[in-house]
Design a protein around this ligand. Sequence first.
Ligand SMILES: *[C@@H]1O[C@H](CO)[C@@H](O)[C@H](O)[C@H]1NC(C)=O
Ligand SMILES: *[C@@H]1O[C@H](CO)[C@@H](O)[C@H](O)[C@H]1NC(C)=O
Ligand SMILES: *[C@@H]1O[C@H](CO)[C@@H](O)[C@H](O)[C@H]1NC(C)=O
Length: 387
Amino acid sequence: MLVAAMIVYRAVILYCLQVVYAKNLMKEIVESYGYPIEEYKDIQTPNGYFLTLHRIPYGRKMTDKVDIREPVFLMHGLFASSVNFVFAGPNISIAYQLADRGYDVWMGNARTTSYSKKHAIYDIKSFDFWNFTIDDLAVNDLGTSIDYVLRKTNRKQLTYMGHSHGNTIFAILLNERPEFNEKIKLYVGLAPAMSFTVIYHPWLMSTSYFIPIFRELGMYEFPPMLNNINDMMSFLCHNNVADPICIFVIELSVGSEKSMNKTATNPFFQHLVEGISYKNFQHLAQIYFSDGKLRKFDFGINENIRIYGKAIPPDYEINQVRVPTAIYYAYYDWLNSREDIAIVVKELPNIVDDYLIPQKVFNHFDFLWARNIKELLYNRIINLIDS
Ligand SMILES: *[C@@H]1O[C@H](CO)[C@@H](O)[C@H](O)[C@H]1NC(C)=O
Ligand SMILES: *[C@@H]1O[C@H](CO)[C@@H](O)[C@H](O)[C@H]1NC(C)=O
Ligand SMILES: *[C@@H]1O[C@H](CO)[C@@H](O)[C@H](O)[C@H]1NC(C)=O
Protein backbone atom coordinates (compact mmCIF):
# COMPACT_ATOMS: atom_id res chain seq x y z
CA MET A 1 0.00 0.00 0.00
CA LEU A 2 2.75 2.40 1.02
CA VAL A 3 4.80 1.39 -1.99
CA ALA A 4 1.83 1.93 -4.30
CA ALA A 5 1.23 5.35 -2.78
CA MET A 6 4.88 6.26 -3.26
CA ILE A 7 4.78 5.14 -6.87
CA VAL A 8 1.71 7.26 -7.59
CA TYR A 9 3.23 10.20 -5.75
CA ARG A 10 6.43 9.97 -7.75
CA ALA A 11 4.53 9.62 -11.00
CA VAL A 12 2.62 12.82 -10.28
CA ILE A 13 5.81 14.72 -9.39
CA LEU A 14 7.42 13.38 -12.50
CA TYR A 15 4.54 14.57 -14.65
CA CYS A 16 4.68 18.05 -13.11
CA LEU A 17 8.43 18.23 -13.62
CA GLN A 18 8.11 17.39 -17.27
CA VAL A 19 5.58 20.16 -17.71
CA VAL A 20 7.93 22.64 -16.04
CA TYR A 21 11.17 21.56 -17.66
CA ALA A 22 9.78 20.98 -21.10
CA LYS A 23 10.27 24.74 -21.50
CA ASN A 24 14.01 25.22 -21.28
CA LEU A 25 15.95 23.48 -18.57
CA MET A 26 19.17 25.39 -19.15
CA LYS A 27 17.43 28.73 -18.79
CA GLU A 28 15.50 27.56 -15.73
CA ILE A 29 18.61 26.43 -13.92
CA VAL A 30 20.86 29.38 -14.66
CA GLU A 31 18.17 31.97 -13.97
CA SER A 32 17.22 30.21 -10.75
CA TYR A 33 20.69 31.10 -9.44
CA GLY A 34 20.35 34.71 -10.57
CA TYR A 35 22.75 34.62 -13.53
CA PRO A 36 22.13 35.91 -17.06
CA ILE A 37 21.82 33.29 -19.78
CA GLU A 38 21.80 33.68 -23.54
CA GLU A 39 20.93 31.05 -26.08
CA TYR A 40 22.22 31.02 -29.67
CA LYS A 41 20.17 28.59 -31.69
CA ASP A 42 20.34 27.45 -35.24
CA ILE A 43 24.07 27.68 -35.72
CA GLN A 44 24.33 25.59 -38.83
CA THR A 45 27.22 23.22 -39.49
CA PRO A 46 28.48 22.70 -43.06
CA ASN A 47 26.55 19.42 -43.24
CA GLY A 48 23.21 20.79 -42.14
CA TYR A 49 22.97 20.19 -38.39
CA PHE A 50 21.67 23.02 -36.23
CA LEU A 51 23.52 23.54 -32.97
CA THR A 52 22.74 25.59 -29.89
CA LEU A 53 25.33 27.46 -27.84
CA HIS A 54 24.64 28.71 -24.33
CA ARG A 55 26.34 31.70 -22.81
CA ILE A 56 26.64 33.24 -19.36
CA PRO A 57 28.06 36.55 -20.54
CA TYR A 58 28.88 37.98 -17.13
CA GLY A 59 28.57 37.23 -13.42
CA ARG A 60 25.82 37.83 -10.93
CA LYS A 61 27.10 41.13 -9.61
CA MET A 62 28.17 42.61 -12.91
CA THR A 63 26.53 44.39 -15.79
CA ASP A 64 27.31 43.84 -19.42
CA LYS A 65 28.90 47.27 -19.80
CA VAL A 66 32.50 46.16 -19.54
CA ASP A 67 33.78 44.74 -22.78
CA ILE A 68 37.06 43.22 -21.70
CA ARG A 69 35.86 39.74 -20.83
CA GLU A 70 37.70 36.94 -22.52
CA PRO A 71 35.68 34.03 -23.85
CA VAL A 72 35.99 30.59 -22.27
CA PHE A 73 34.37 27.73 -24.15
CA LEU A 74 33.18 24.67 -22.22
CA MET A 75 32.50 21.41 -24.03
CA HIS A 76 30.63 18.54 -22.40
CA GLY A 77 31.34 14.82 -22.63
CA LEU A 78 29.37 11.82 -23.88
CA PHE A 79 25.74 11.36 -22.82
CA ALA A 80 25.81 14.98 -21.64
CA SER A 81 25.04 18.58 -22.67
CA SER A 82 25.75 22.17 -21.59
CA VAL A 83 23.54 21.48 -18.54
CA ASN A 84 26.53 19.59 -17.09
CA PHE A 85 28.39 22.83 -16.43
CA VAL A 86 25.59 24.58 -14.54
CA PHE A 87 23.25 22.13 -12.87
CA ALA A 88 24.97 21.88 -9.48
CA GLY A 89 24.75 25.64 -8.79
CA PRO A 90 27.37 28.35 -8.27
CA ASN A 91 29.11 26.69 -5.31
CA ILE A 92 29.98 23.74 -7.50
CA SER A 93 29.53 24.31 -11.24
CA ILE A 94 32.40 26.09 -12.94
CA ALA A 95 30.41 28.15 -15.45
CA TYR A 96 29.18 30.48 -12.70
CA GLN A 97 32.59 30.74 -11.08
CA LEU A 98 34.18 31.76 -14.37
CA ALA A 99 31.42 34.30 -15.02
CA ASP A 100 31.85 35.78 -11.53
CA ARG A 101 35.57 36.01 -12.20
CA GLY A 102 34.86 38.17 -15.25
CA TYR A 103 34.91 35.69 -18.11
CA ASP A 104 32.43 35.41 -20.95
CA VAL A 105 31.37 31.78 -20.62
CA TRP A 106 30.17 29.82 -23.65
CA MET A 107 28.95 26.23 -23.63
CA GLY A 108 28.64 23.94 -26.62
CA ASN A 109 26.02 21.32 -27.37
CA ALA A 110 27.07 18.52 -29.70
CA ARG A 111 24.57 17.42 -32.32
CA THR A 112 21.92 14.97 -31.03
CA THR A 113 21.85 16.46 -27.52
CA SER A 114 18.43 17.90 -26.69
CA TYR A 115 19.51 21.42 -27.64
CA SER A 116 21.01 20.40 -30.96
CA LYS A 117 18.55 17.82 -32.25
CA LYS A 118 17.74 19.40 -35.57
CA HIS A 119 18.82 19.12 -39.19
CA ALA A 120 18.06 21.17 -42.28
CA ILE A 121 16.78 18.16 -44.22
CA TYR A 122 16.88 14.98 -42.16
CA ASP A 123 14.17 14.02 -39.75
CA ILE A 124 15.53 12.97 -36.36
CA LYS A 125 13.88 9.59 -36.78
CA SER A 126 15.72 8.91 -40.03
CA PHE A 127 18.92 6.91 -40.33
CA ASP A 128 20.64 9.79 -42.12
CA PHE A 129 20.34 12.03 -39.08
CA TRP A 130 22.38 9.57 -37.01
CA ASN A 131 24.83 8.54 -39.72
CA PHE A 132 28.00 10.29 -38.54
CA THR A 133 31.15 9.50 -36.59
CA ILE A 134 33.28 11.29 -34.00
CA ASP A 135 35.30 12.70 -36.90
CA ASP A 136 32.27 14.69 -38.10
CA LEU A 137 31.45 15.87 -34.59
CA ALA A 138 34.95 17.22 -34.13
CA VAL A 139 35.61 18.85 -37.46
CA ASN A 140 32.15 20.19 -38.22
CA ASP A 141 30.42 20.84 -34.92
CA LEU A 142 33.30 21.85 -32.73
CA GLY A 143 35.00 23.85 -35.48
CA THR A 144 31.76 25.68 -36.30
CA SER A 145 31.04 26.39 -32.62
CA ILE A 146 34.50 27.79 -31.85
CA ASP A 147 34.45 29.98 -34.95
CA TYR A 148 31.01 31.26 -34.02
CA VAL A 149 32.17 32.31 -30.54
CA LEU A 150 35.27 34.05 -31.92
CA ARG A 151 33.20 35.91 -34.50
CA LYS A 152 30.53 36.91 -32.02
CA THR A 153 33.03 38.14 -29.42
CA ASN A 154 35.35 39.63 -32.02
CA ARG A 155 38.35 37.75 -30.62
CA LYS A 156 41.19 35.84 -32.18
CA GLN A 157 41.54 33.31 -29.35
CA LEU A 158 39.59 31.64 -26.59
CA THR A 159 40.24 29.31 -23.67
CA TYR A 160 38.87 25.84 -24.30
CA MET A 161 37.82 23.49 -21.54
CA GLY A 162 36.65 19.97 -22.30
CA HIS A 163 35.32 17.22 -20.10
CA SER A 164 36.00 13.65 -21.23
CA HIS A 165 34.78 13.25 -24.84
CA GLY A 166 35.02 17.05 -25.12
CA ASN A 167 38.78 16.38 -25.17
CA THR A 168 38.54 13.57 -27.72
CA ILE A 169 36.88 15.83 -30.27
CA PHE A 170 39.29 18.65 -29.45
CA ALA A 171 42.28 16.44 -30.28
CA ILE A 172 40.64 15.35 -33.53
CA LEU A 173 39.84 18.93 -34.53
CA LEU A 174 43.45 20.00 -34.05
CA ASN A 175 44.60 17.03 -36.14
CA GLU A 176 42.21 17.72 -38.97
CA ARG A 177 42.39 21.49 -38.91
CA PRO A 178 45.77 22.50 -37.43
CA GLU A 179 44.96 26.18 -37.92
CA PHE A 180 42.75 25.86 -34.82
CA ASN A 181 45.97 25.72 -32.76
CA GLU A 182 46.15 29.48 -33.37
CA LYS A 183 42.63 30.02 -32.03
CA ILE A 184 43.22 28.50 -28.61
CA LYS A 185 44.90 30.55 -25.92
CA LEU A 186 44.81 27.79 -23.30
CA TYR A 187 43.38 24.29 -23.35
CA VAL A 188 42.07 22.81 -20.11
CA GLY A 189 41.37 19.06 -20.20
CA LEU A 190 39.26 17.49 -17.45
CA ALA A 191 39.68 13.71 -17.72
CA PRO A 192 41.41 14.13 -21.11
CA ALA A 193 40.16 11.07 -22.99
CA MET A 194 42.47 10.85 -26.00
CA SER A 195 43.66 7.28 -25.57
CA PHE A 196 41.49 4.26 -24.83
CA THR A 197 43.68 1.29 -23.99
CA VAL A 198 42.13 0.59 -20.57
CA ILE A 199 38.54 1.30 -19.54
CA TYR A 200 37.60 0.13 -16.07
CA HIS A 201 33.90 0.72 -16.47
CA PRO A 202 32.40 -2.70 -15.69
CA TRP A 203 29.79 -2.87 -18.43
CA LEU A 204 29.67 0.16 -20.70
CA MET A 205 31.89 -1.08 -23.50
CA SER A 206 30.31 -4.52 -23.64
CA THR A 207 26.96 -2.91 -24.51
CA SER A 208 28.56 -2.08 -27.87
CA TYR A 209 28.04 -5.74 -28.83
CA PHE A 210 24.34 -4.95 -29.11
CA ILE A 211 24.83 -2.11 -31.57
CA PRO A 212 24.07 -4.20 -34.69
CA ILE A 213 20.81 -5.33 -33.09
CA PHE A 214 19.77 -1.81 -32.13
CA ARG A 215 20.60 -0.67 -35.63
CA GLU A 216 18.47 -3.39 -37.18
CA LEU A 217 15.63 -2.31 -34.94
CA GLY A 218 15.98 1.29 -36.11
CA MET A 219 17.29 2.48 -32.74
CA TYR A 220 19.99 4.86 -33.88
CA GLU A 221 20.22 6.82 -30.67
CA PHE A 222 22.44 5.43 -27.92
CA PRO A 223 21.47 4.54 -25.25
CA PRO A 224 18.34 3.26 -26.97
CA MET A 225 15.01 4.16 -25.41
CA LEU A 226 16.57 7.27 -23.92
CA ASN A 227 13.25 8.71 -22.83
CA ASN A 228 12.50 5.61 -20.82
CA ILE A 229 15.89 5.80 -19.17
CA ASN A 230 15.36 9.42 -18.23
CA ASP A 231 11.87 8.65 -16.96
CA MET A 232 13.32 5.88 -14.87
CA MET A 233 16.00 8.18 -13.46
CA SER A 234 13.33 10.75 -12.61
CA PHE A 235 11.31 8.06 -11.01
CA LEU A 236 14.19 6.68 -8.95
CA CYS A 237 15.99 9.89 -8.13
CA HIS A 238 13.49 12.69 -8.09
CA ASN A 239 12.63 12.89 -4.43
CA ASN A 240 16.11 12.36 -3.28
CA VAL A 241 19.37 11.64 -5.02
CA ALA A 242 20.39 10.09 -1.69
CA ASP A 243 17.69 7.44 -2.13
CA PRO A 244 19.38 4.01 -1.92
CA ILE A 245 18.01 2.90 -5.29
CA CYS A 246 19.17 6.11 -6.94
CA ILE A 247 22.59 5.71 -5.37
CA PHE A 248 22.74 2.15 -6.60
CA VAL A 249 22.07 3.33 -10.17
CA ILE A 250 24.71 6.06 -9.90
CA GLU A 251 27.30 3.66 -8.51
CA LEU A 252 26.58 1.19 -11.25
CA SER A 253 26.90 3.89 -13.90
CA VAL A 254 29.83 6.03 -12.80
CA GLY A 255 31.36 4.65 -9.60
CA SER A 256 31.27 5.90 -6.03
CA GLU A 257 28.89 8.80 -5.39
CA LYS A 258 30.50 9.66 -2.07
CA SER A 259 32.03 12.95 -3.21
CA MET A 260 28.77 14.27 -4.61
CA ASN A 261 26.57 16.88 -2.88
CA LYS A 262 23.22 15.24 -3.40
CA THR A 263 21.30 18.22 -2.10
CA ALA A 264 22.84 20.59 -4.62
CA THR A 265 22.33 18.24 -7.54
CA ASN A 266 18.92 16.99 -6.55
CA PRO A 267 16.53 19.23 -8.51
CA PHE A 268 18.11 18.63 -11.90
CA PHE A 269 19.74 15.28 -11.58
CA GLN A 270 17.18 13.33 -13.56
CA HIS A 271 17.69 15.43 -16.68
CA LEU A 272 21.31 14.63 -17.20
CA VAL A 273 21.39 11.70 -19.60
CA GLU A 274 21.65 12.70 -23.25
CA GLY A 275 21.76 10.53 -26.35
CA ILE A 276 24.55 10.06 -28.85
CA SER A 277 24.58 8.38 -32.24
CA TYR A 278 25.04 4.60 -32.16
CA LYS A 279 27.88 5.19 -34.61
CA ASN A 280 29.67 7.54 -32.25
CA PHE A 281 29.64 4.76 -29.67
CA GLN A 282 30.63 2.18 -32.27
CA HIS A 283 33.60 4.37 -33.20
CA LEU A 284 34.80 4.42 -29.57
CA ALA A 285 34.29 0.67 -29.31
CA GLN A 286 36.37 0.10 -32.46
CA ILE A 287 39.21 2.09 -30.92
CA TYR A 288 38.94 0.40 -27.53
CA PHE A 289 38.71 -3.12 -28.91
CA SER A 290 41.73 -2.61 -31.18
CA ASP A 291 44.76 -0.95 -29.60
CA GLY A 292 43.18 2.08 -27.93
CA LYS A 293 44.74 4.58 -30.34
CA LEU A 294 42.53 7.38 -31.56
CA ARG A 295 41.83 6.99 -35.26
CA LYS A 296 39.17 7.56 -37.89
CA PHE A 297 36.08 5.42 -38.17
CA ASP A 298 36.59 1.94 -39.59
CA PHE A 299 34.03 1.47 -42.37
CA GLY A 300 35.41 -1.95 -43.42
CA ILE A 301 38.17 -2.57 -45.96
CA ASN A 302 36.33 -1.68 -49.18
CA GLU A 303 34.77 1.50 -47.87
CA ASN A 304 38.01 2.48 -46.15
CA ILE A 305 39.84 2.23 -49.46
CA ARG A 306 37.15 4.32 -51.13
CA ILE A 307 37.06 6.96 -48.38
CA TYR A 308 40.62 7.04 -47.00
CA GLY A 309 42.53 5.51 -49.90
CA LYS A 310 43.79 2.67 -47.72
CA ALA A 311 42.49 -0.44 -45.98
CA ILE A 312 42.90 0.73 -42.40
CA PRO A 313 41.66 4.07 -41.08
CA PRO A 314 44.29 6.79 -40.50
CA ASP A 315 45.47 7.52 -36.95
CA TYR A 316 45.15 10.79 -35.07
CA GLU A 317 48.21 11.98 -33.18
CA ILE A 318 47.89 13.44 -29.69
CA ASN A 319 51.02 15.52 -30.28
CA GLN A 320 49.12 17.64 -32.81
CA VAL A 321 47.55 19.40 -29.79
CA ARG A 322 50.28 22.04 -29.65
CA VAL A 323 48.46 24.71 -27.64
CA PRO A 324 49.33 25.45 -23.99
CA THR A 325 47.72 22.53 -22.19
CA ALA A 326 46.54 21.89 -18.64
CA ILE A 327 45.29 18.41 -17.78
CA TYR A 328 43.51 17.11 -14.71
CA TYR A 329 42.71 13.52 -13.88
CA ALA A 330 41.83 11.20 -11.02
CA TYR A 331 43.17 8.02 -9.41
CA TYR A 332 40.39 5.61 -10.24
CA ASP A 333 38.34 7.17 -13.01
CA TRP A 334 36.51 4.29 -14.72
CA LEU A 335 36.44 6.09 -18.05
CA ASN A 336 39.83 7.75 -18.10
CA SER A 337 42.44 5.39 -16.70
CA ARG A 338 45.86 6.27 -15.34
CA GLU A 339 47.31 3.95 -17.98
CA ASP A 340 45.89 6.15 -20.71
CA ILE A 341 46.82 9.33 -18.91
CA ALA A 342 50.43 8.13 -18.94
CA ILE A 343 50.24 7.87 -22.74
CA VAL A 344 48.57 11.26 -23.11
CA VAL A 345 51.09 12.99 -20.81
CA LYS A 346 53.99 11.50 -22.76
CA GLU A 347 52.65 12.72 -26.09
CA LEU A 348 51.27 16.17 -25.37
CA PRO A 349 54.03 18.60 -26.36
CA ASN A 350 53.04 21.75 -24.46
CA ILE A 351 51.83 20.91 -20.94
CA VAL A 352 51.72 23.88 -18.58
CA ASP A 353 49.84 22.17 -15.74
CA ASP A 354 49.50 18.45 -15.03
CA TYR A 355 47.61 17.52 -11.90
CA LEU A 356 46.31 14.35 -10.32
CA ILE A 357 43.29 15.08 -8.11
CA PRO A 358 44.57 14.28 -4.60
CA GLN A 359 41.38 12.57 -3.51
CA LYS A 360 41.03 8.85 -4.09
CA VAL A 361 37.23 8.69 -4.07
CA PHE A 362 36.61 10.70 -7.20
CA ASN A 363 34.69 9.50 -10.24
CA HIS A 364 34.44 10.65 -13.85
CA PHE A 365 31.57 13.02 -13.07
CA ASP A 366 33.02 14.38 -9.86
CA PHE A 367 34.86 16.75 -12.21
CA LEU A 368 31.43 18.37 -12.53
CA TRP A 369 29.59 17.64 -9.31
CA ALA A 370 31.98 16.87 -6.42
CA ARG A 371 30.95 18.95 -3.44
CA ASN A 372 34.48 20.28 -2.88
CA ILE A 373 35.48 20.57 -6.55
CA LYS A 374 36.04 24.31 -6.18
CA GLU A 375 38.78 23.92 -3.58
CA LEU A 376 39.99 20.67 -5.08
CA LEU A 377 40.36 21.86 -8.66
CA TYR A 378 38.45 24.86 -10.00
CA ASN A 379 40.34 27.51 -7.99
CA ARG A 380 43.53 26.13 -9.45
CA ILE A 381 42.15 26.22 -12.99
CA ILE A 382 40.76 29.74 -12.64
CA ASN A 383 44.11 30.97 -11.32
CA LEU A 384 45.77 29.44 -14.34
CA ILE A 385 43.30 31.02 -16.77
CA ASP A 386 43.84 34.35 -15.02
CA SER A 387 47.60 34.23 -15.40
C1 LIG B 1 26.74 28.29 -1.34
O1 LIG B 1 27.51 28.21 -0.18
C2 LIG B 1 27.21 29.20 0.77
C3 LIG B 1 28.21 29.12 1.91
O2 LIG B 1 28.52 27.80 2.22
C4 LIG B 1 25.77 29.03 1.24
O3 LIG B 1 25.44 30.04 2.16
C5 LIG B 1 24.84 29.14 0.04
O4 LIG B 1 23.53 28.86 0.39
C6 LIG B 1 25.25 28.17 -1.04
N1 LIG B 1 24.50 28.46 -2.23
C7 LIG B 1 23.81 27.54 -2.89
C8 LIG B 1 23.06 28.00 -4.07
O5 LIG B 1 23.82 26.37 -2.57
C1 LIG C 1 26.51 7.00 -44.12
O1 LIG C 1 27.56 7.94 -44.24
C2 LIG C 1 28.66 7.49 -45.01
C3 LIG C 1 29.73 8.56 -45.03
O2 LIG C 1 30.07 8.97 -43.78
C4 LIG C 1 28.25 7.17 -46.42
O3 LIG C 1 29.36 6.65 -47.13
C5 LIG C 1 27.11 6.16 -46.39
O4 LIG C 1 26.64 5.96 -47.68
C6 LIG C 1 25.98 6.63 -45.49
N1 LIG C 1 25.02 5.57 -45.38
C7 LIG C 1 23.78 5.70 -45.79
C8 LIG C 1 22.94 4.48 -45.70
O5 LIG C 1 23.34 6.75 -46.17
C1 LIG D 1 25.31 20.95 -0.52
O1 LIG D 1 24.51 21.84 -1.28
C2 LIG D 1 23.59 22.57 -0.50
C3 LIG D 1 22.67 23.32 -1.46
O2 LIG D 1 23.35 23.96 -2.46
C4 LIG D 1 24.36 23.50 0.43
O3 LIG D 1 23.45 24.27 1.18
C5 LIG D 1 25.24 22.64 1.34
O4 LIG D 1 26.03 23.47 2.14
C6 LIG D 1 26.12 21.70 0.52
N1 LIG D 1 26.77 20.74 1.39
C7 LIG D 1 28.08 20.50 1.38
C8 LIG D 1 28.57 19.48 2.34
O5 LIG D 1 28.84 21.07 0.62
